[in-house]
Design a binder for this molecule. Sequence first.
Ligand code: ASP
Length: 290
Amino acid sequence: MKKVIVHGGAGDFSKADHDIAEYKEGVENAAQAGYDALATGNALDAVIQAVSSLEDNPLFNAGTGAVLNIEGEVEADAMVMFKGHVGAVGALRNMKNPVQVARLVMERTDHVFLVGEGAYSFGRHWFDHYDPVTNERRKKFEELRSQFLKGDTRWKKNVNLYAQHGTVGAVAFDGDLAAATSTGGIWLKLKGRVGDSPLAGCGTYAGEKAALSATGIGENIIRSVFSKSVHDLLPTCSLKEALQTMLTSSPETGAIAIDFHGNVEYAFNTNNMAWALCDQGTVLSFEVDI
Ligand code: ASP
């Protein structure tokens, strides 16, 4: 049995900047790309392929098209987990595919997590310097920043400034389980802020019982240790029940998951979440009625 599920962020599609069909196409292509990677590779290759495809798609908040922090820079977070091994990067600047740097942290170092300048210098051993800021994101940054400066500038209120988050993630199953997540984080975040995505057990986890990638307000997902908590509720309840239980203690959150038997689930407590599943070669994806 082979399956790949991906997400392209939780949030509210009525406020999305592009036609929903474009997001749908993006997640469907990524699920297919991940699934195709299983033909010659393993679950790890599949999640890297799927997430890289979404990082290269400027509609999503990861890689090219990632959102900007308060200083107008992209600081990316990404993580991959496979067979108990973890690689992660945080506040990484100027790399095209943060998830690929995370994989190299896992495979080429004794560490699990590199951040900032150190992560960038490490990545430069393999990859060119790359500017992931698109004109569309730069324009949105100027709008959001002036709105922010006019309003209540306490950071806790800033959540209202964004609607569709666009973080990306993938979970693959081929007998083994792998999970990966990549994001620019949240609009106008403070420089140096790291979210849930690269924190093992929070935004991303692949254990013996299940693998997950979460999306939403990272601070909530960290506080609930969302992904590991879902994992640990198994097998006393189903994957679906475990997700529902944890969503009650993590507002503004969504997740995709596959358990060790190959059962696939997705769940969210936001208005919408973009997802697509490639199951034995057949692709299914989200529907939104607005
Ligand atoms: N969870 C991500 C973060 O807080 C954002 C998202 O999922 O859209 O960094």
